[in-house]
Write a protein that binds this ligand. Sequence first.
Ligand code: PRP
Length: 183
Amino acid sequence: MENKYEFIPMFKEEEILRRIKEVANQISLDYKGQNLHCICVLKGATIFMSQLLKNIKHDNLTIDYISVSSYGIGGRESSGVVKILKDIDSSIEGKNVLIVEDILDTGNTLDRLIAILATRNPNSIKMCTMLDKPSRRLKPIKPDYVGFTIDNVFVLGYGLDFDEYYRNLPYVAKAVEKGEEHE
Ligand code: PRP
């Protein structure tokens, strides 16, 4: 795959860390005096969520993890059918849920996830995504907290994969077919 694509850095680690701090500060302010239950959507959001958590100044904070499948195996397109592969471990009744995503694309995943979680009587549900691709949206989902808004490019790194690899890159890059024009 590296032969066919080249990876162009988009957001350096320092830039991501700086932005995460800003988002985390806003979250700390917004949830002041309330409980906050962060739910990480596996696997892509793990690195973003870890860094976000370290920067949120809040004592009444709990976390959980959920795994859903929306893309076919090896696929790059959301199928629109969202299945829960691993559910959260604890009740969200009365909790202020913050769903943490690495990327918001068509909105299919969050649309279904919110519908599922909303049946469990949380106090509120908000969404935080590291990357937002609004041009791809098929569902009317508007994230409450966004790291960076991006064009319709294929991105990887900082948790995001390319056929399951490159999640460990400490920065976000875009994959461009060799020979394709790019800035
Ligand atoms: C990615 C991402 C979101 C979803 C967004 O997950 O983490 O969950 O796709 O796409 P959508 O807005 O079009 O639904 P993916 O299925 O690639 O799993 P991963 O996080 O394990 O890489």
